[in-house]
Design a protein. Structure first.
Length: 354
């Protein structure tokens, strides 16, 4: 048996010249118990309290909850650690309260679980979160197939994944964001917009994967996608790029150098014949499929995006580092017009091993 007292602080909203008192409702529709990041029990009890007080004042309300924990749930908490999570809402704001749990060795027919007697939730309209802390040690992002670059046709299904190494106890909040790079310039940087907001309960140390929603592929162009953590803050976001090509048959672009089989180095210059109407070029590097392996579209392992006047490119150190991990390489060039459509593409050409 576990007794919890949730303490909620709510600020009564008001306007200048408005009524001297206001009303705010605090509500919670239920909660959950997690063990090792996995939900193991639901808390069906709901709470509702309508608070009337002078506008601008902050009022505390408490909600008492008694939770019966089964032996199996106690055993899961004993092995992986656990927490109780409950979300409260007030007006247009919401907050998540966390109570950390610890379990003693369960005996037959019982499940002793103990934890702090209170779960504080504070802030305006039920406010911000409590003091539970999640730390992110590493953030890696790629496409669902593992590549960091992708080229898709209009209407293709494409998703990204973020792999986070985390520790601590609490709730991680993050947002998948997308930016259209087709119109971005040096003076007009790309503007990211949210695709999907996610939250994940964390207990202990773990590496967890977050999958993005389907990425936009309706319109031809070049896009950047990233995963941003809003709680905890301060984690530098990492972005990856993909190109969407129009569903038309592009012309064949001619590669000029280096010759097939050349070994790539910092001195290697990749050149090609320019394409009329091109607004941008993309140089793609991909692994050569193994003999007998059927691959419809090779997965790029690196790419170089260039402007309309470019007909040559060299690999920077971080690109060379990515290429050094692939034993059998090939490259090609894609020409893209101002509308984001692919108007020319070269065949893949083999390169020598680094």
């Amino acid at each position: 048996m576990l007794s919890i007292t949730w303490t909620v602080s709510v600020t009564i909203p008001g306007m200048a010249g408005g009524p001297p008192t206001g009303t705010e409702a605090i509500r919670s529709g239920g909660g959950q118990i997690f063990a090792g990041g996995t939900q193991v029990q639901t808390l069906p009890q709901s709470f509702l309290d309508v608070v009337t007080a002078p506008t601008g004042t902050t009022v505390n309300r408490t909600f008492n909850e008694t939770v019966t924990v089964s032996p199996s749930v106690a055993g899961a908490i004993l092995g992986a650690g656990g927490l109780v999570r409950r979300e409260f809402a007030g007006g247009t704001n919401s907050a998540i309260g966390i109570v950390n749990l610890r379990a003693s060795q369960p005996s037959v027919g019982s499940g002793p679980v103990t934890g702090p007697s209170t779960g504080p939730v504070t802030g305006a309209g039920a406010g911000q979160t409590n003091q539970a802390v999640v730390q992110v040690a590493a953030l890696e992002i790629s496409f669902e197939n593992g590549g960091r670059y992708a080229t898709a046709s209009e209407g293709d299904r494409l998703r990204a994944r973020a792999d986070l190494s985390m520790s601590g106890t609490g709730v991680l909040l993050g947002t998948w964001e997308i930016a259209d790079l087709t119109t971005a310039t040096d003076d007009l940087p790309p503007r990211f917009r949210p695709l999907e907001r996610v939250q994940r309960v964390v207990t202990g140390s773990a590496r967890q994967t977050f999958l993005s929603p389907p990425l936009p592929t309706r319109s031809a162009g070049t896009y950047a996608v990233r995963f941003v953590t809003t709680r905890p803050s301060g984690v530098a976001p990492v972005q990856i790029r993909y190109a969407v090509i129009a569903s038309t048959v592009p012309e064949t672009l001619r590669l000029l150098a280096p010759p097939p089989g050349s070994v790539v180095s910092a001195e290697t210059v990749f050149t090609w014949a320019g394409t009329p109407g091109a607004a941008a070029y993309r140089v793609e590097f991909a692994e050569i499929p193994a003999r007998g392996e059927r691959v419809v579209q090779p997965v790029p392992v690196a790419a170089i995006d260039l402007g309309a006047d470019a007909t040559s490119a060299s690999a920077l150190p971080f690109t060379l580092e990515a290429l050094s991990e692939v034993p059998d390489l090939q490259w090609r060039v894609i020409a893209i017009n101002a509308d984001g459509a692919t108007i020319a593409v070269s065949p893949f050409q083999r390169l020598g091993s680094l």
